[in-house]
Structure formats: structure tokens, C-alpha cells
Design a protein around this ligand. Sequence first.
Ligand code: ZN
Length: 257
Amino acid sequence: MSYAPRTFGGFEVTPLRDAVGPMGPSIRRPLPELFTGASPDDWAGTPAEWVLHFRCYLLRDAFGRVVLVDVGIGGTDSPASSWAPVPGGLVGELAAVGVAPGDVGTVVLTHLHSDHASGAVTDGVPTFPNARHVIQRAEVDWIEGAGPNPILERVLRPLTGLVDAVDGAAEIVPGVRVAHTPGHTPGHQVVEVGSLTLTGDVVLHPVQLANPAVRYAYDEDAERAATTREALLREVRARHGLLGTGHFPEPFTDPGI
Ligand SMILES: [Zn+2]
């Protein structure tokens, strides 16, 4: 089920629900172990169990440009299948709003963790064959340098020829920009369109809005992630922008002041 679209910077932005559920038992831990450094006040009003939403965002403009930000969990054989709650439903979500995989001209991967990138490949071939796939160079280098791993072999390799590796900030289509936001992964990036910032995993849980210094156990570099999160939230709050998150219960979040 998709959510109601909203318009930012000339793009209709439609959040798409790839999946919903708790982390699988292989990596599930109590919330205070996953998110460290939070006070009882920081946790106030949040549920005791973390039920993740796995969300992608579709951006469409009046000129027919179709941009997809993150591609979710993928199918039953995806690298995410060892821990994700269910297979991803992205392609069906796209169909429900009138978009076929071949219509997508640009895919942006905020990072190459399995729940954000695996849907780029289906049965060994690119799911979105006409799309260039925008990834930070630092992210590609990290995965390629990590030795044999499922993301390299089952996502990046099949995308050969479709990857557009960018270095730092870039305007990827007119009105849509990416910015390098390292920490969760070395080449993590966010996407900015109008007043909306699609955060990927710079923030994972609302406790990190209450206290941006809260660390996440599965950050590659939690110190750097915290510095990045603090800077991004300060900047978005200063201009009264909105966040579009990957895992919060609701797609659009006002980070407050
Ligand atoms: Zn994630």
C-alpha cells in the first residue's frame, strides 16, 4: 500500500511500502542495545518493539522524469532474506501507482545495505533495466574492497554498466540532488528535492530525532554517523525542511526545531 503523495520542488513524491515487520531473529536485539546513549526522556512515546517500515520513494515530475530512491529488500533469494521480515513488494507498489520497472530512468541507492539495494536485481538481472543507478563512489569502493560478499556478487555485479558512481554532492536530474553523508556506511548519501530530504539511514528510529547523538549498533562508523546526523538535522531544522525516512512508521516527518 502506498501513501498519499506530496509535492516538493516540482516533483510528486510518493512513498512506497516495500515491507513492514520486525528484524529477523538473526540480528534482532533489544532497542536499548541497538540504540545506545538514549535517556528515558529520549525514548518517551516510542513503542517497546521496533517494527520497521521498509520504504522507497518515487519521484515524478511534469516532464516525465521518474526517479526511484532505494529499492528495498528484494525477492525471496535476496541478500536481505536472512534477516528481513518478508520479501519486498516494491514492484507491485510501483504497479499500483502506474509505474512499470522500465519506466524508471534513475535509481538512487542511499547505500548498499541489503534492505535498501537488493531490489535492484531480480533473478540475477537488473529490475530497472533502463535506469542509471546513482551510488556514491565511496560506497562502491567499500563494497568492492570488502572481499567476496553477497551485495557485490548479487547486486553490484549484475548492475555492471548501469552504475553511475558520483563523488560527493551532485545534481542527478534537474531539481534532485544527492549529498554524501558518511557514517552509517562510508558512501551513504541523502537525496534532496525541494524542502524534502530523503534520509536513508542517517536516522533510523525517532529516538535519534529526540537525541541525534544516539548511536546505532549497525552503523559502520557510529561516531561519524552521529556527527553526520547532527549536522544534517541542524541544517534541515534551520530551513524548516521535512524528512522522508526509510524506517519510521510514517513517511514524512517534521524534525521540529
Ligand atoms: Zn536501512
